[in-house]
Ligand binder design. Structure first.
Ligand SMILES: *Cc1c(COP(=O)(O)O)cnc(C)c1O
Length: 391
């Protein structure tokens, strides 16, 4: 008998934290199979299509043979100039398109790769929790150790930098922050960024700010860019994406801007792993970055209407939550007597409404549930009615 061929998974794969959403995915499939009229509020992906003028531009760009060849690693200069122009117009931040803008295959790609450029085994990365699962996983893949910064309601979901022990700070080399925040929907102000910049400069920590939701805001209150605060460019970079702003999650394009040395490091990793973004997508993205305010207002108004229905509805039902100032998420405490998981199961089985359990974003998210505003207002109203009947 020949020995059966088997090859062991690497430690980095074996050490991945358990995928907490797997159980939910299974329950969801089960419900769909049974024919439940499911209202799925668990999806962080816009249900609205990409604006037409962007799709039109893509159709044209795709026919250009110049775009059929390998793109440049760092992105077309015209794309990077469009990003710089957008930053100037939106945030009054000046960027050198050549050295301070880097194209990404979606911001997730850049976030996933940045620790490889700066983290050695044993180095510490400061990671907000609850948070985007890529931060700790990218840290793990680079051999680094995550130090969790809990985001708590009492601190308006901002990390308490003073609570980080000195011994951790000695080994910390990089920190992730994310505002407007997924999953808590919190928005950060200039004072917080100022504190972060002082902290990073003092402790020699590279700040990686994930600003994926900066354009999904409400009540005309525009969130800040981290780079608007003096000194930010000395200590950090900002990740951005066209995904959420222009309903382009499937297109896979984003960018990183800010500190040129940090972008150089990230670029080094990328040139050895990928070959840039399809140029036709970059062309369409230039068009996207020049999108008129009317189109964007329409997108925001759509989410705002849904937010108001869900926020007012849940508030009237006695839920404890803060009104989202940005993002298309709503983060609320689960009712007394439930855990995150048991409440998600309860809603799915008895109301046909699916949310995401807060603990799936990290232990400090236990006791919370996240609802996404990615269904129509009509369905949102129905979701509130259904929830009201089972709590
Ligand atoms: C959606 C999202 C991203 C990235 O999206 P891309 O499509 O990869 O640009 C990054 N961070 C957070 C917090 C997100 O929710």
């Amino acid at each position: 008998m020949r020995k059966k061929f088997s090859i062991d998974l690497s430690h980095r794969v074996k050490d991945l934290p358990p995928y907490l959403f797997a159980a939910i995915d299974k329950m969801k499939q089960e419900a769909v199979r049974k024919g439940v009229d499911l209202i799925d509020l668990s999806i962080g992906d816009p249900d609205i299509p990409t604006p037409k003028h962007i799709v039109q531009k893509m159709k044209k760009a795709v026919e250009n043979p110049a775009h059929h060849r390998y793109p440049s690693y760092e992105g077309m200069l015209s794309f990077r100039q469009a990003v710089a122009g957008w930053y100037k117009k939106r945030f009054n931040v000046s960027l050198d398109a050549k050295t301070e803008v880097l194209s990404l295959i979606g911001s997730k790609e850049g976030i996933g790769h940045i620790p490889l450029a700066f983290i050695n085994p044993g180095d510490v990365v400061l990671v907000p929790s609850p948070g985007y699962p890529v931060y700790p996983v990218a840290t793990l893949f680079a051999g680094g150790k995550s130090h969790i910064m809990p985001l708590l309601d009492k601190n308006n979901y901002l990390p308490d930098l003073k609570a980080i022990p000195k011994s951790v700070l000695k080994k910390a080399k990089l920190m992730f922050i994310n505002y407007p925040n997924n999953p808590t929907s919190a928005v950060a102000g200039g004072n917080f960024y100022k504190e972060v910049i002082g902290f990073a400069a003092k402790n020699n920590i590279l700040v990686c700010h994930d600003a994926a939701y900066s354009e999904i805001y409400y009540d005309n209150k525009k969130p800040l860019s981290f780079l608007q605060i003096p000194g930010a460019k000395d200590v950090g970079i900002e990740f951005h994406s066209l995904s959420k702003t222009y309903n382009m999650t499937g297109w896979r394009i984003g960018f990183a801007v800010g500190n040129a040395n940090a972008l150089f490091g990230l670029g080094k990793i990328k040139t050895n792993l990928d070959s840039g973004v399809f140029q036709a997508i970059q062309e369409a993205s230039i068009e996207a970055l020049n999108t008129g305010e009317a189109v964007l207002k329409n997108i925001r108004d759509t989410y705002q209407e849904r937010r108001d229905v869900l926020y007012n509805g849940l508030k009237a039902l006695g839920f404890e939550l803060q009104k989202p100032g940005a993002t298309f998420y709503l983060w609320t405490k689960v009712p007394k007597g439930f855990t995150s998981s048991s409440f998600v199961t309860h809603l799915l089985e008895n109301a046909g409404v699916l949310g995401t359990p807060g603990n799936g974003f990290g232990a400090p998210g236990e006791g919370y549930i996240r609802f996404a505003l990615t269904v129509s207002t009509k369905r949102m109203k129905e979701a509130v009615e259904r929830i009201g009947k089972v709590i």
